[in-house]
Design a protein around this ligand. Structure first.
Ligand code: AMP
Ligand code: MG
Length: 337
């Protein structure tokens, strides 16, 4: 059975034990899509490793240029602009990712919904702007994934009403990470790690040992809340500390309830572990919205997936596939500040 082991500690330990004398780890970080992309590859050939890392960053830029809702030249920008007027024909890749997003919406009864942006794009976290109650009310009906009409034969996307905007921010980074891992595997790497902000995927392991993957402490920037030893898997964390501001005591952050058009306040961190990063990315956002009970319930129906949710009281909830070594009473849970 598929199980993940869980360690409780507050420091990330890394092991760098080479499994062959000639190969080495090559590491590089760059800022793309507003997040830090990190690539680590174990490879026997320096030149090949450099070239493969470059291909990964190129891939990240390519996906950003295609799927950014803000870049006026992107396919998604064009789609948002015209899809309420007529069915817009899009490329295979964008069509498939929208289809995948729609499946997650069905699965979660609309907790994951890429039309959240119909209201979500009225928030500006950098400039600390949020929509008023009236503004939310006026646009809320435009949030509903059923407004997206997909025609697989013509590969068109049509919005059934005006005012609908879609944003793939909850799934595109995971997709980019999956494509990157494919690139590195094609380069002949058997061990690699690609992270894009809160979304990571591990190919193989770290030289005969698992990677010790830290989950960011949601209230202490420099700390990890817990550490998971993982190999050959994907892991995504969604948190209310990533893009947010506080106004009159209320935290406005980037994960939006499709029902209310407001930031979710019942969860502060949600992590999903599973075979591919596209799905763990979308599911981490989904279970963040669903909260501890609904989120764990959903993940329990999905073989191969596990979840860790920290609720707004600082309590940690695990899916049943995660086992705690030793006495679980020793577990230290992050406290809300
Ligand atoms: P993540 O960092 O993967 O949790 O994704 C957060 C991003 O998902 C946000 O920045 C938005 O772009 C997008 N998002 C926010 N709320 C939702 C939602 N309810 N359904 C789908 N995507 C969302
Ligand atoms: Mg996510």
């Amino acid at each position: 059975m598929y199980r993940h082991h869980l360690l409780f500690c507050f420091a990330v330990l890394t092991f760098l034990l080479p499994s062959s004398a000639s190969a080495e780890w090559y590491q590089e970080q760059q800022d793309v899509m507003g997040t830090v992309i990190s690539v680590e590859i174990w490879h026997a050939n320096f030149a090949v490793a450099q070239q493969c890392k470059r291909q990964v960053f190129d891939e990240m830029h390519r996906i950003d240029a295609l799927m950014s809702p803000y870049k006026t030249g992107s396919e998604l920008y064009r789609l948002n602009k015209w899809a309420a007027d007529y069915p817009v024909r899009v490329g295979d890749e964008l069509f498939s990712l929208i289809e995948r997003a729609q499946q997650i919406s069905e699965l979660s009864d609309g907790a994951f919904d890429i039309t959240f942006a119909s209201v979500g794009h009225m928030y500006n976290y950098r400039r600390q702007i949020h929509p008023s109650e009236e503004e939310i009310k006026a646009k809320l009906a435009a949030i509903d994934y059923h407004h997206i009409i997909l025609n697989p034969e013509n590969r068109t996307v049509h919005f059934s009403r005006p005012g609908v905007t879609i944003d793939l921010g909850g799934i595109a980074k995971g997709y980019a990470v999956d494509n990157s891992i494919e690139i590195l595997a094609r380069c002949g790497a058997t061990n690699a790690l690609v992270s894009a902000g809160g979304d990571s995927r591990i190919l193989g392991d770290k030289g005969g040992r698992p990677w010790m993957m830290g989950i960011q402490h949601p209230r202490k920037r420099e700390e990890v809340a817990l550490v998971l030893p993982l190999s050959d898997t994907a892991i995504s964390t969604s948190g209310d500390y990533e893009r947010y501001f506080i106004d009159k005591g209320e935290r406005h952050h980037h994960i939006i309830s499709p029902r209310s058009g407001k930031s979710i306040s019942t969860t502060i961190s949600a992590t999903v572990i599973g075979p591919d990063a596209t799905t763990t990315d979308a599911l981490s956002t989904t279970i963040f919205v669903l909260g501890s009970t609904g989120g764990v319930e959903l993940v329990e129906t999905l073989p191969g997936f596990d979840a860790i949710i920290i609720d707004s009281r600082g309590q940690v909830h695990y899916s049943s596939g995660l086992q705690t070594p030793g006495n679980s009473e020793e577990a230290q849970e992050p406290k809300k500040d």
